[in-house]
Design a protein around this ligand. Sequence first.
Ligand code: AMP
Length: 509
Amino acid sequence: MEDPSRDTIIGIDLGTTNSCAAVAGEEGTVRLIPYKGGDFIIPSIFAIDDKGHELIGHEAKRQWQLNPRNTLYATKRLIGRSPMDDVVESVQRSVQYRVHAGARNDVELDCQGRSFQVSEVASRILGKIRDVASDHLGFRVERAVVTVPAYFTDRQRQAVKEAGRLVGLEVVRVLNEPTAAALAYGLGKHLKEQVLVYDLGGGTFDVSIIDIRDRVFEVKATGGDIFLGGIDFDNAMIAYVLADFRRRHGVDLATDPVAMQRVKDLAERTKVDLSSRDAVPFSIPFITMTPQGQPLSIDMRFDRATLEQLTEPLIDRTLEILVRVLSDAGLKPEEIDRVMLVGGQTRMPAIQERLTAFFGRPPSKGVHPDEAVAIGAALYGWSLSAGGDRQLQLLDVIPMAIGIEQAGGETHVVFGRNASIPNARAIEATSSHDGQTELVLRMVQGDHPEAARNEVLGEFTFGGVRPCPAGEVRLEVIFDVNVEGILSLHVRDRDTGREMKSTVRITRS
Ligand code: AMP
């Protein structure tokens, strides 16, 4: 290699709870990047301690219990979101740090008296991963492929790219997590298989059907819920524990951030233990005190059956989404050659049992659920650095329709759900009043016919329209969604051929 800094493109799985990075060698063999000798995982957590020191990853996680208000975790759920989004309110209810509206129709997070944009937090985490990778590899890493849930909108993808820019890391591509997992499984095996990836991580659920034909990976359909993940399984347990405590002692632990943090930690550990055991103790000594100063403790036992009962509605939701994706792809369960599990939460036996019952055979153990996404990202990075897309062909889809908000408030769909990408489409437009010199297009993403119920992607303003009587100027608007699922627009005057490129993208609600 001439200049490893420029030639190497690492793969980063930027997860809701944990992140992981990998790099491919010259011949395409992949290694995960270890942190301080052993662990391959860096918690996606950022904190500031009392002395004003910024802590990222393990250091931030270690002090989480003691400093819950200034420890920002699961922030991926908020990336690229507007403050009006329902998700923002429910995140606020389940985290100890404060979330508030930012200046750019985004959300900001408070940490030790400072306010951070969500992409700044993501940039800190990406920066840490980059530094760990650079130390390990012995040169400065400058470029990466970063994975995102397939269900991310254009705006969320842009925010991830922005996060890279903020720390000087070029995000060469954003790649869908299930597609990355399929690459990790199938690249170089000369397969001809229809694979369904069921990806349930810490914060998001994705399901994609991918047709693998040797080096061609074609996504047939995708679906998901960016608000359904392991954290929700923890929250179901937490709600149960709090209700039990309230019943026994008449005390609501939800108002005590330090107690809540202890319950949260133990809930997650118990959930993980219950994947391999039938019952485990759930005890936290001296969690709080009565008004009379009497110490109170949590002392329960949790069994697998209770966990399964509490979380059944969550598993049901994943199955509903899976059924819709199968139908979008026009496939029956028996036409799927392999079901692949990705994401830590898929280790829960009940999930594997439900999938076995649905497909009539157990899911495949073909990839490591925690590592496949980073490995696939590294392979893709390697294929890009080794001479463009020649090494493999990726045909992905957009997860939700992209359209224009019309004057009456309806969505005019430009690309339907599951439209393949890269993709371009042109539509004709004209001026609506005499002498109009600007064309403004408000773009939305979502499957709702009412534009206001979809996510606003931005308002594109094109200046320099030829002033004419209303309806006379003939404009062609070209919409382009690139291989990453990111939208761009340009406008052409059909009579003069003049291009109007001065696109201003303002995102406001
Ligand atoms: P990921 O984002 O893929 O790292 O997934 C993390 C999620 O998987 C977290 O919610 C973990 O609690 C959960 N998880 C990890 N291991 C297990 C396990 N053995 N059983 C159940 N959930 C697990």
